[in-house]
Design a protein around this ligand. Sequence first.
Ligand code: SAH
Length: 339
Amino acid sequence: MKNNILGITKEELKNYFLNIGEKEYKATQIFEWLYCHKEYDFNKFSNIKKEIILQLANDFSNEFIEIEKVLEGLDVKKFLFRLRDNEKIEAVLMNHDYGLSVCVSSQVGCNMGCRFCESGRLKKVRNLETYEIVEQILLIEKYINKKIDSVVVMGIGEPFDNYDNIINFIKIINDAKGLAIGSRHITVSTCGLVPKIKEFSNLNLQVNLALSLHGATDEVRNKIMPVNKVYNVDMVIDSIKEYIAKTNRRVTIEYVMLNMVNDCEVDALALAKLLKGMNVYVNLIPYNETNNIEFKKSSKNRIDKFYGILKNKGINVTIRREFGGNIKAACGQLRSESD
Ligand code: SAH
């Protein structure tokens, strides 16, 4: 099968042109057509000679995934996409006071099996191709006729279980001639695949990394996140320390607040102790309850108390604003099948 041109990085395109005996600056011209002029028909690339256009058409496809449905809520829209093999994924557009942000999916389904997460109830069907991740953004920008300011890879799937495609996706959206989304405006979230965190720290991409920790001890984390049996709390925290040392970047620690599971005083104290002195900030996520799962959200009172303990221990902490619950667009509510 041909590669889709919208999943090709500029580096790859430069190499492609060098290989067919052309100048590498053609890669930049192609990027300008695709991402600045939003022109996907190779025949309309007017500064490219016919012979190369034929070659491009021979080597690459330019097909799009499709928007199947859009659900609109207050400050949020959920997009259901149909892929070319009829699989489905979702992305969420959020209107923050600091700009427009999109949460993209990285896989069809997810194999991590976090007990509290709806996306993980459907096993992974396949990884998304790079173009399928890029096109989520292109289609949303076209739909709202506005530019997206920031991107989080926090939709369906575990991005580090689709590592190479996610890195290429980041390179394309970050490229000044691509979607030009600044690296500080891109966040990748992982449930803690340690070897990939290490690999990521060597890339020097300057994007934000978030870790879904959700438990400060193996006892708690083992109960809710099967991945902890492979990469336990110590291993994952060590890899984050190494990442911070190498990149000098602050890491976000995500902590979903589950009533009586991980939201007690002892949990807050253990978390503060674990993170003491690290360049991190903790994002407490109010749990979005789903129909199918036994977990309950922590009361506001319990969240505030947890927050207070962390603050008191000198940990940077915020409580995540709740978004999209009414249209099932909130964290952990995305599914690869429509209801
Ligand atoms: N697999 C990656 C990317 C998904 S990010 C990761 O685990 O980081 C989605 C975030 O929402 C994760 O932190 C996840 O643990 C959290 N989440 C999952 N279900 C949730 C729910 N029902 N309510 C709130 N947050 C949830």
